[in-house]
Design a protein around this ligand. Structure first.
Ligand SMILES: Nc1ncnc2c1ncn2[C@@H]1O[C@H](COP(=O)(O)OP(=O)(O)OP(=O)(O)O)[C@@H](O)[C@H]1O
Ligand SMILES: [Mg+2]
Length: 390
């Protein structure tokens, strides 16, 4: 029997999850939220600057919504995250939000919508505001990686308020790079799709590349040691998975889709997916030929998930140095969840078949995992969902 959240007799355990989800199919009202367009009249009060290259992600939001409907949820809405969002959520009597947005505008846009939902008391599938901000600010994420002993390329930052970067900063450079004098990568701290990522051969070229990043983003530039080795991705999400018609609660986070990004011989930096779509020949799923490397990537992904107390999907990008040592480049807080089509797919969906999972199974896993987490850890903040379980 299910009682309301204020009852002391109510107890949740994982074995109840399938029957609860069954009940929620007809009752739970879900909104999949994509990035609102600040140029659309009535979306914001004043248009401002976005340091992150804006994208609506609406197509993928609709693919997620379609999957939720196919899974069995009868009330799924797709809504932009502009200033009308709270009113929309109220009007449509939404119980749960799926965040598929990088934000509308302003600084740290990826954390705005989860922060707003926190204020509204609305549960969501996505990262909390702090994790959203940390993951979407590569320098902040890298500092935390260092603090838990995870390797990331040596780096320093340069903010526009610090003026033009002078190539002659021996003390500051030696803290980050020691005797190393190049090559480097210069990129925005908050970016996507390899936009404004520069390969810089020598220290003398850094100033210009940093200025370009400043002009494009009005935000901090990241200067990193260039890693000349192979490039990999690995996706990781929560403990509950849905495959072959069954739910499982795993002891470790679910890490999957270990993919090598295939670079052409003259491709120093992976070409933006805005310019070249992710096709099977751009991402090679790792099979059984390098089991240790594959396991290393899986362990790395699980460690990051655990250390940052993540509770939603990330895709971790990794590159190796000349000796094959792995270094984390970034963890994408809103990895592309494109529905895998004939020619175009996403780096996250590429490896699902290995676990007997479809795209819809992944979507169901992400929702079920969040629900299991909320019911286990935070039952008191979702009385409106608990009431639906009666
Ligand atoms: N330190 C580095 N050494 C070598 N290559 C790098 C380095 N940093 C970035 N790159 C190259 O630039 C690409 C984009 O960098 P990164 O993943 O940090 O930024 P992004 O634009 O957020 O990427 P994404 O497309 O994954 O959203 C990487 O896929 C990699 O090919
Ligand atoms: Mg990346």
């Amino acid at each position: 029997m299910v009682a309301t959240s204020n009852s002391n007799s109510w107890h949740y355990d994982f074995s109840l999850l399938p029957q609860y989800l069954d009940r929620l199919f007809a009752k739970l009202r879900i909104a999949v939220v994509f990035g609102g367009d600040c140029d659309r009249p009535g979306s914001v009060i004043y248009k401002t600057h976005n340091p992150r290259s804006w994208k609506s992600y609406e197509i993928v939001a609709r693919e997620i919504a379609k999957a939720l409907t196919e899974i069995g949820f009868q009330h799924v809405y797709v809504i932009p995250d502009d200033m009308n969002l709270p009113e929309q959520l109220k009007q449509q009597k939404i119980h749960l939000v799926w965040l598929n947005t990088g934000g509308v505008q302003g600084y740290n846009p990826v954390c705005h919508t989860p922060a707003l939902l926190e204020m509204l008391g609305m549960p969501y599938i996505g990262h909390n505001p702090l994790n959203s901000s940390t993951l979407d600010n590569k320098h902040a994420f890298k500092r935390e990686l260092q603090s838990v002993g995870i390797q990331t390329a040596p780096f320093m930052t340069w903010h526009p308020s610090q003026g033009i970067l002078q190539p002659n900063l021996p003390e500051r450079f030696s803290i980050a790079f020691g005797e190393y004098r190049g090559p480097f990568v210069v990129k925005p701290v908050s970016g996507r799709a390899s936009l404004h990522v520069h390969f810089v051969d020598k220290i003398e070229g850094l100033s210009q590349a940093v200025s370009e990043v400043h002009q494009a983003t009005h935000n901090t530039a990241l200067i990193e040691k260039y890693l000349p080795g192979r490039e990999f991705c690995v996706a990781v999400c929560g403990y509950v998975t849905y495959a072959k018609g069954c739910f499982t609660k795993n002891a470790k986070p679910f890490a999957f889709s270990t993919v090598e990004r295939v670079l052409e011989s003259d491709e120093l930096i992976f070409t933006s997916m805005d310019k070249k779509a992710i096709t099977a020949d751009r991402g090679r799923l790792m099979g059984a030929e390098e089991p240790e490397l594959k396991q290393q990537l899986i362990d790395l992904a699980r460690k990051i998930y655990w250390e940052f107390s993540l509770n939603s999907l990330v895709r971790i990008d990794v590159r190796s140095d000349g000796d094959g040592e792995l270094y984390v480049l970034e963890a994408n807080p809103k990895p592309d969840l494109k529905y895998p089509g004939k020619n175009v797919t996403s780096l996250v969906a590429l490896g699902l078949a290995e676990y007997g999972m479809s795209y819809n199974d992944l979507i169901f896993s992400l929702l079920a995992d969040r629900l299991d987490y909320l019911l286990t850890q935070h039952i008191e903040i979702i009385p409106h969902i608990v009431d639906l379980l009666d």
